[in-house]
Design a protein around this ligand. Structure first.
Ligand code: F6R
Length: 606
């Protein structure tokens, strides 16, 4: 994963790099480092978060050229030696890398035979020394070194390189990992995403796979293709400035984001359903909806869960087959795809490596692609035919909350559009009527969510948790389990209620509590039977129930009461107490809620 930032120009580079690293910390926070060129090259790095690096940086660092990196460890632990930037054996090159070099073991063997040795455990140091080997073999020509290197490595990479002999120059290239070049009057900015530098730059180049870009002397840009032939730079104008994220008085971004949901969702439901993008054939999205025979939703983690909820809604109301698949599985299983498929990439960040690759696979096979995304100008925004945005605002907490509920809303609205196009106005309207009831009910619940902190207190010392739901709320169970495990580190599993008898019930005892989602009427009776099966084995049950469900209240240990709403929107409401439960349990266990261990907000490696 990792975040890359760099600058060369007439400004001092220190604060640009630190600011960029802080904005890119969503891509990883295991270690951070910077390299400066001020006549000679200097590298400073530290394990831990960007603020750990800032603590060891001298307050003034005189330099106009530098590159920096925030890391999510892939090869080798989160140590100073493994942190980027890495320096090549002779000290001629310094590089930062986002991605994974898949044949690093083979390249390592090759370089060892040439007398190279390595001080870190990273694939990056191996890649760097291969580049250096080719650099020295090609008269210190960085372009030729990279062209040769491209033919020798497999994997993904976004690279920014500085050369000892070329002060004021940065070379960048990428394959399947994002990297952009920002331009302003003072010089050049290299970054993993546009927002790390959008405060400064108004013009951008989005390098294609294996393009090589050399920027130097404050204003000179040279772009080469994969073969090293010079090509015209394609410069685009963008005004993508963003406000700095603010916790608005909340202790954590996650809590703020949970409590923002009523407003975000009501704005979304009340807004026009805007489908951006176009096809070169000129066909509009409604033409496409008429011609498709199937929808495939791809995503990872929480986004995949939102896709699972949407499948129930789209199939039930719009009567079109829906497949929901992990992007990481879809991309490698040789799926049958044709030009009657609409493939929806569901992604908060628009930068998830597996989702991007799965989208490319679908596009190459002729499918119409659509991104349902939160982040504009992200890779998936650029790479999909059509885009719908979540308009949820920046989601900073690593655990996704508001993006999840907004994804369900935007997919439900799509179901309503398809139902109407297929002549079923009543079903279409039924969805819209249900969606209009979400915000007020959510607001009511959040204002009186009195017992969730007590329940967190009661169950925070559990080592395991089972989450059960059925139908529309089976994905809610998966999502509740994911929220709990990722921020509180409690082992949790989500299951469809009926599946429990096929194995997981063996786990149940007095110390293994189960959270049951009982807030939709369609599955309530069946879930009551499942609860009884757990109780018969001594298990503790917390149930999310509709207010007034006294029958359920009597058979379980604890309840969370929700206002009764149409079934179709119950997943949006029922997930919120699970988000809060995970949040409070994590706090009680002393966990870092916004930046849980081992995770990153955006998973930019496969
Ligand atoms: C969990 C979580 C992750 C993401 C997943 C996909 O709380 O946030 O599981 O949902 O990494 O990310 P996006 O949606 O950015 O593609």
């Amino acid at each position: 994963m990792c975040g890359i930032i760099g600058y060369t120009g007439s400004k001092q580079v220190r604060d640009i790099l630190i600011d960029g690293l802080q904005k890119l910390e969503y891509r990883g926070y295991d270690s951070a480092g910077i390299a400066l060129h001020n006549g000679s090259m200097r590298v400073i790095k530290s394990p831990g978060k960007v603020h750990d690096l800032v603590e060891i940086l001298p307050p003034a660092l005189d330099s106009n050229t530098g590159i920096a990196h925030t890391r999510w460890a892939t090869h080798g632990g989160a140590t100073e030696l493994n942190a980027h930037p890495h320096t090549s054996s002779t000290g001629k090159l310094v590089l930062v890398h986002n991605g994974i070099i898949e044949n690093s073991a083979q390249i390592e063997g090759f370089l060892k035979n040439k007398g190279y040795s390595f001080i870190s455990e990273t694939d990056t140091e191996i890649l760097l020394n291969l580049i250096e080997y080719e650099y020295l073999a090609n008269g210190k020509d960085i372009k030729s070194a990279l062209v040769k290197t491209f033919s020798l490595v497999t994997g993904s990479y976004a690279l920014a390189i500085i050369e000892e002999d070329k002060p004021g120059r940065i070379t960048l290239c990428r394959k399947d990992s994002p990297l952009i070049l920002g331009i302003d009057k003072t010089g050049f900015y290299v970054a993993s995403d546009i927002y790390a530098v959008s405060e400064y730059a108004g013009h951008f180049i989005f390098p294609g796979n294996n393009d090589i870009i050399i920027v130097e002397n404050k204003s000179k840009i040279t772009v080469y293709d994969v073969h090293g032939n010079e090509k015209e730079p394609e410069i685009k104008e963008f005004n993508a400035a963003k406000k700095k994220p603010d916790r608005c008085g909340y202790e954590h971004f996650m809590k703020k984001e949970i409590f923002e949901q009523p407003d975000i969702l009501s704005d979304l439901v009340g807004s026009e359903y805007k489908i951006e993008g176009h096809l070169s054939s000129g066909k509009n999205f409604n033409d496409i909806l008429h011609s498709i025979s199937r929808i495939t939703i791809i995503g990872c983690g929480t986004s995949w869960h939102a896709g699972l909820v949407a499948r129930y809604i789209i199939e039930k109301y719009a009567r079109i087959p829906v497949i929901v698949e992990y992007a990481s599985e879809y991309r490698y299983r040789d799926p049958v795809i044709n030009n009657h498929d609409l493939v929806i990439s569901l992604s908060q960040s628009g930068e998830t490596a597996d989702t991007i690759a799965a989208n490319r696979l679908a596009a190459d096979a002729g499918a119409i692609t659509m991104g349902i995304l939160n982040v504009r100008n992200s890779s998936l925004d650029r790479e999909t035919d059509f885009q719908v945005f979540l308009e949820a605002g920046d989601e900073i907490g690593v655990a996704s909350t508001k993006a999840y509920t907004a994804q369900i809303i935007q997919l439900s609205r799509l179901a309503s559009i398809i139902a109407a196009l297929r002549g079923n106005e009543a079903k279409s309207q039924e969805i819209l009527d249900a969606l209009s009831q979400i915000s007020s009910n959510l607001r009511y619940f959040l204002e009186k969510n009195s017992n969730i902190t007590d329940l967190a207190q009661k169950y925070a010392s559990s080592s395991n948790f089972l989450f059960l739901g059925r139908g529309l709320n089976f994905p809610t169970a998966l999502e509740g389990a994911l929220k709990l495990k990722e921020i509180s580190y409690i082992h949790a599993e989500g299951y469809p209620g009926a599946e429990m008898k096929h194995g997981p019930i063996a786990l149940i005892d007095i110390d293994f509590p189960t959270m049951v989602i009982l807030s939709d009427n369609e599955n309530r009776t069946k879930m009551i039977s499942n609860i009884k099966e757990i109780k018969a084995r001594g298990g503790k049950v917390i149930a999310i129930i509709n207010e007034g469900d006294t029958e359920a209240e009597q058979i379980v240990d604890d309840v969370i009461k929700m206002p009764s709403v149409p079934d179709i929107i119950s997943p949006v409401l029922s997930v919120v107490p699970l988000q809060l439960f995970a949040y409070y349990v994590a706090l009680l266990r002393g966990c870092n809620v916004d930046q849980p261990r081992n995770l990153a907000k955006s998973v930019t490696v496969e």
